[in-house]
Design a protein around this ligand. Structure first.
Ligand SMILES: [Zn+2]
Length: 85
């Protein structure tokens, strides 16, 4: 096992090959879910930035105004902005 495979960010899975030999496959763990400041989980994939960059932009975040807020907070913020003007 290489030094890089010994950290806690790596997930180890056991695979049995057709010949009966057992090998370990290593992959990086998923990241924590993205959250709104209010604590609600956002509907976007939780994966490492390298993998996330390979997705199209529309799959990385919601395609509306204020994508970093949950729908409830976004609605409230837009309402406040409209009232203050
Ligand atoms: Zn929120």
């Amino acid at each position: 096992m290489r030094r890089a495979q010994r950290c806690r960010a790596v997930k180890k899975t056991r695979r049995v090959l057709p010949g009966g030999k057992t090998v370990y496959h290593f992959r990086k763990k998923k990241t924590a879910k993205h959250t709104c400041p209010c604590g609600a989980k956002l509907n976007r994939p939780a994966m490492r930035i390298i993998k996330l960059r390979k997705l199209p932009k529309v799959q990385r975040r919601s395609n509306r105004a204020l994508p970093n807020l949950c729908p409830t907070c976004a609605r409230e913020t837009l309402r406040k902005q409209a009232r203050s003007v």
